[in-house]
Design a protein around this ligand. Structure first.
Ligand SMILES: Nc1ncnc2c1ncn2[C@@H]1O[C@H](COP(=O)(O)OP(=O)(O)OP(=O)(O)O)[C@@H](O)[C@H]1O
Ligand SMILES: [Mg+2]
Length: 1015
């Protein structure tokens, strides 16, 4: 006896196809535990007690036996597996042994039939006992565990189905929310009172089944046709042949579920004129479905008064008629030919992958034997057809197969736009839909619809799609499924080696993989690990579906084993620590979901955290800050509250959050770290916290002075040296350097940075890169000669192992090139560096560095452009509530407004700069005075302007900020000129030339000379 893995029916030994659903019969699936979404059906008899009072127990038993039999027959016909009888109740599960894409609908069809169909049994009861049986039915869909030894399905969905049944009034069918999501459009429903269920805070939503619609509802559709021009043309050409040559053509459109076969054909048919179009559809299951599609076509073709003839009478249900398969095929062909003699006939057979062999034979018979009649046989099938019939339409001259590939990304995007109609969605979300749908229009449609219905910020697998894919995977034989699931643990792309490591008992992995490729579930992909092979799931959704079928305990074990496999390939993978940490973390999480963690689980958590922390540190060293915050947060969650690693990780997290402009999140992390460190007397972490806080406050709190910050950094330096934290000391020294620089002494800063670099290089590549980045910044504003700066930037960029350092070198190298006269080259390079910051997730840096690009444009006289860049930077920093870089950016923006002749605005921006700047942050204070001086000079207030220039000079002169010295000299010349003091102006410009030449700033020197000549 062979059990069909598709519908569960039993077949005789040696059968190759299932007698009841025609699916190919593979090996018998052994019991294997799996998670799957099934639909659970409960029904119970109401009134059986009353009946029991009226009739003899023996008769009652007979009546109940009849009822059970009727119920069982109906449920099984629709593909349900009847589980057990509890009292008078019947339970059935749709989705075991194999899931079908329409399990929920099958359950409701069975419910409807049973509700309405106790007919003859009831008539009998009425006559004999004056009573009727009435059924209460509850149906619910949800995730359960199947394949356990004890029960066919275990899970909350089962309990809810039972509750719905108990709550259903006699003669009614109630079903749950999730079921509705699977059958939307195919049933008529009414909302019912929500049902209270034990152990649930909220009552469960319930719906009353009115009726199941006869034909499956159409897909959502709703968007104009996208793409498919080539396939349309081919179809039209083929039809032209049919008409022109009066020949029969077999045209098969192949493609995975939802790729658009039916839609393509609908579009084609919509444009047809002068043709008889008839359609038939293969059903996924049902009684006597063999010729169903042919029957449908015949009914459409027979005209009043036509006799069907003996052969066709057989398939029309005429019990007196009898025809063999050949006779039926012959008669069918003749019928088509008669009609084709009048005008061309198009016969559409949809979903023929569900067709039975006799039906497929019939199509080939017509294609082979029809002569001199314009007939287009248009068949639609999923690629499974070729598993059933590898030679379909092969060897025929009049046959064409067309495979519908997924839509191109641009077409998918067009489809999303059309479906959203003008509605805005987040670009990230749109990209995730694009990614997950991978060109399948049905998936796109369902995901967009889910967004609209649930208003959620995430896309998950829509239930209907999940059912579709789960059904496809349940068709696989156990070993193929096994291999696919092991692959899904790695991700959308997986390696053969990993599968082998996770499935050591599997001896024929290569064969399975080839078969999975042939079934188009995975495709070969370039491996990341050398000497291995890799595969990519055709859809992320297929990978998710395969993965979700694994019980959590198995997932936990596989993730842990996969981490071990990864570890053995660590040197070939860039992000191996993150990856190992990620998989250990998954393993831990699943264990926690299944029950309170034991010692082994705690160890797992700590190992996971260890890897995540190394991963975070390495990512920081690469200057790739994008995912670092997540790695650190996760590690913090995994580590015990009193662990020193956790305290240290919290400090790192605070730093990362600061860099991303999340100042309040950073503060919370610091607070938590502070509490833990004080409780443990951890001086090292306390000193580091002081640094982290100082760094954050210098960016966010105008009250902290540069000198105050300097004092704190020096204090922390002492502490860190005392506790022997070399990396911490290098960090403190670096900050001491920074504050010196921001107080105006780049030369002193340079000395400090060199010392910091020396110490950092020995202990932390990441810290060393941070120090280098600050040294690069000083090449811009400090006394280093421009050409030398360009050379150093190029060298650092060449050697850099950190993206962030590279970005800084490009940015500053760019501004220096522009200063040297290579404007266009400099612009491009600086902009590329800045874009890299954005890509790396360094959003505060990205916004702050608008000052550098603004400087380039101001020097180039492109004032509009400068103003725009600086306004953008201003807005972004203000959004993060950053004030440190902002004061400089706003000062520059004031300068740009002034260059554009907007004097009032310039003055307002100068005022804003003053409010933002720390009292001893000399740069904004000097710049705002320069702007005010020039603005007031334009208003003729020369005395006030002179006074402001004097103030600015007092601030700038003690510093070695060469670019500020330049701006000062130009401002002085400007005010002198406005005052009519041409000699003064020339002198100021001489000073500008002097500074510019000392710095190697050719553009400024040139400008000063030109200006001087004009005076
Ligand atoms: N090229 C397209 N442009 C716009 N919408 C499309 C396109 N192709 C398909 N669709 C839409 O995507 C959905 C799925 O398409 P369709 O029903 O034709 O898929 P199918 O290949 O016939 O799937 P199945 O194998 O399940 O029958 C439909 O709503 C359809 O309108
Ligand atoms: Mg279709």
């Amino acid at each position: 006896m062979v059990v069909c893995s598709s519908c569960g029916a039993t077949n005789r030994d040696g059968a190759r196809f299932c007698d009841s659903c025609a699916a190919p019969l593979g090996e018998v699936a052994p019991l294997r535990e799996a998670r799957k979404t099934v639909t659970v059906f409960f029904c119970d008899v109401s009134g059986s007690t009353a009946l029991g009072e009226r009739i003899d127990p023996e008769s009652l038993r007979a009546v109940m036996a009849r009822y059970f039999e009727v119920a069982k027959t109906i449920l099984e016909r629709h593909g349900g597996t009847v589980e057990k009888f509890i009292g008078d109740a019947v339970m059935a599960v749709f989705g075991v042994p194999a899931v079908h894409e329409d399990d929920a609908l099958r359950a409701l069809r069975a419910a409807e039939e049973l509700r309405d169909g106790l007919g003859s049994l009831n008539d009998e009861l009425e006559r004999s006992f004056g009573t009727r049986l009435e059924l209460r039915i509850g149906v619910n869909t949800g995730e359960v565990v199947t394949g356990t030894a004890e029960r066919i399905a275990t899970g909350d969905a089962v309990n809810v189905a039972a509750r719905l049944e108990q709550a259903a009034p006699p003669g009614e069918v109630l079903f749950g929310e999730e079921t509705l999501r699977h059958v939307r459009g195919a049933v008529e429903v009414e909302p019912a009172e929500p049902v209270a269920a034990k152990g649930k805070a909220e009552p469960v939503a319930a719906y009353r089944l009115v009726a199941v619609k006869a034909a499956a509802g159409p897909r959502r559709g709703g968007a104009p046709m996208v793409g498919r021009r080539r396939q349309r043309n081919l179809l039209e050409d083929t039809f032209a042949n049919v008409v022109g040559e009066r020949s029969c053509q077999l045209f098969t459109v192949l493609g995975t579920a939802g790729v658009g076969k039916s839609r393509l054909v609908a579009e084609f048919l919509g444009s047809l004129e002068d043709a008889t179009v008839v359609r038939g559809r293969c059903l996924s299951y049902g009684e006597g479905i063999g010729y169903w599609p042919v029957t449908e076509v015949v009914k459409q073709l027979l005209r009043d008064g036509d006799g069907a003839g003996a052969a066709l009478g057989t398939i029309l249900g005429d019990e007196s008629a009898a025809g063999s398969a050949d006779e039926i095929a012959w008669a069918f062909r003749k019928l088509l030919e008669v009609h084709a003699a009048e005008q061309p006939v198009v016969v559409v057979f949809d979903d023929i992958h569900w067709g039975e062999p006799a039906f497929l034979d019939l199509i080939e018979h017509v294609a082979d034997l029809s002569r001199d009649a314009p007939i287009l046989l248009l068949c639609l099938a999923r690629p499974e057809l070729l598993e059933l019939r590898p030679a379909w339409s092969g060897g025929k001259l009049n046959a064409t197969n067309v495979l519908l590939e997924p839509l191109a990304p641009a077409e998918s995007r067009e489809l999303i736009e059309a479906l959203l109609r003008a509605e805005e969605i987040d670009a990230g979300l749109r990209d995730r839909i694009l990614d997950s749908a991978a060109g399948n229009p049905l998936f796109v449609e369902e995901m967009v619809a889910m967004l609209a219905e649930q208003d959620q910020a995430e896309v998950s697998v829509p239930p209907t799609i999940h059912a579709l894919l789960a059904a496809r995977l349940d068709q696989l034989d156990t070993s193929e499924r096994h291999v696919l699931e092991r692959g899904s643990v790695e991700g959308q792309i997986f390696h053969r080696g990993a599968v082998a490591a996770l499935a050591p008992e599997e001896t024929r992995i290569d064969g399975r993989l080839v078969s999975l490729v042939r079934k188009d579930l995975v495709r070969p992909e370039r491996p990341v690990v050398a000497d291995d092979e890799a595969f990519r799931f055709r859809h992320l959704l297929i990978r998710d579906t395969a993965y979700e079928g694994l019980p959590k305990a198995v997932r936990a074990e596989l993730h842990e084993r996969f981490a071990a496999w990864l570890n053995s390939h660590a040197d070939e993978l860039v992000e191996s620590y993150e990856l190992v940490g990620y998989h250990l973390d998954r393993a831990y999480r699943y264990r926690v979901e299944l029950g309170p963690p034991d010692d082994a689980a705690h160890t797992l958590a700590e190992r996971a955290a260890e890897y995540l922390l190394v991963g975070a540190e390495r990512a920081r060293a690469r200057g790739d800050n994008g995912g670092v915050g997540a790695l650190l947060s996760r590690a913090v969650e995994l580590l015990p509250a009193d662990s020193p690693e956790r305290r240290a990780a919290l400090v790192e997290l605070a730093i990362v959050l600061t860099e991303r402009g999340d100042f309040s999140g950073a503060e919370a992390a610091r607070k938590e770290a502070g509490l833990a460190a004080r409780a443990a007397g951890d001086d090292r972490v306390l000193a580091r916290l002081l640094l982290a806080e100082t760094e954050a406050q210098i960016m966010s709190s105008p009250d902290l002075t540069m000198r105050g910050a300097l004092a704190r950094a020096e204090q922390a330096l002492g502490e860190l040296e005392r506790v022997g934290d070399e990396d911490g000391a290098a960090w403190a020294l670096m900050l001491v350097g920074n504050f010196n620089a921001w107080l105006g002494s780049s030369a002193e800063a340079e000395r400090l940075w060199l010392r910091a670099l020396n110490r950092a290089e020995k202990v932390s590549p990441r810290r060393a890169n941070e120090v280098r980045a600050w040294m690069i910044w000083a090449l811009w504003w400090g006394p280093t000669f421009v050409d030398e700066g360009i050379r150093r930037c190029a060298e650092i960029k060449r050697q850099s192992t950190s993206k962030r350092l590279e970005a800084t070198a490009m940015l500053i190298g760019g501004v220096l090139k522009a200063a040297s006269g290579a404007l266009d080259e400099g612009r491009v390079e600086a902009a590329a560096g800045r874009a890299l910051f954005e890509e790396l997730g360094d959003v505060v840096w990205w916004a702050g560095t608008s000052m550098v690009l603004g400087d380039i444009e101001l020097n180039a006289g492109a004032n509009e452009r400068a103003y725009e860049l600086l306004s953008d930077g201003h807005a972004s920093l203000a959004r993060y509530q950053e004030t440190g870089y902002l004061s400089t950016v706003v000062g520059y923006r004031a300068q740009a407004a002034l260059e554009l002749g907007r004097v009032d605005e310039a003055l307002e921006l100068a005022d804003e700069t003053e409010r933002l700047a720390q009292p001893d942050d000399f740069e904004p204070h000097a710049r705002l005075r320069i702007v005010r001086a020039r603005a007031l000079g334009r208003r003729g207030e020369i005395d006030a302007a002179d006074d402001l220039i004097r103030q600015a000079a007092e601030i700038v002169e003690p510093t070695d900020y060469m670019i500020m010295h330049l701006d000062l000299a130009f401002a002085r010349a400007d005010v002198d000129q406005l005052a009519g003091r041409m000699d003064g102006g020339r002198k100021a410009l001489e000073r500008a030339v002097e500074v510019a030449e000392a710095k190697g700033h050719r553009v400024a020197a040139e400008r000063a000379r030109r200006w001087s000549a004009e005076l």
